[in-house]
Ligand binder design. Structure first.
Ligand code: FES
Length: 100
């Protein structure tokens, strides 16, 4: 993961194991930890909590209290309807481009 600033916004660019990229806000909606100090994990059935469950989904884990956010839906794994982490669209054209 790499923190970047785009148009004054603090964003994290995460490269997944399949070579795709995801970009999310660098501030955790819980208590404002820097998400770039966390980690990205792939979740499996035995790991999953909450209502939205898929096998092999990727989450970014906040470094302070381990809240997990789905990198495709923005939703928190444990409170999907209440807590979200803003995601941004990524377009690849030889290098990573982030649109906010
Ligand atoms: S600050 Fe992210 S889970 Fe608490």
């Amino acid at each position: 993961m790499r923190p970047v600033k785009v148009n004054g916004r603090s964003i994290v660019v995460a490269r997944l194991a399949d070579g795709s990229y995801r970009t999310v806000a660098n501030t955790c909606p819980h208590e404002a930890a820097r998400m770039s100090d966390g980690k990205v994990e792939r979740m499996w059935h035995g790991d999953e909590v909450g209502e939205h469950r898929r096998n092999g989904w990727c989450v970014i884990v906040s470094p302070w209290h381990n809240f997990e956010f789905d990198l495709d839906t923005e939703k928190s794994a444990c409170e999907p309807e209440r807590m979200r982490l803003k995601t941004y669209r990524v377009v690849l054209d030889g290098e990573v481009a982030v649109y906010v």
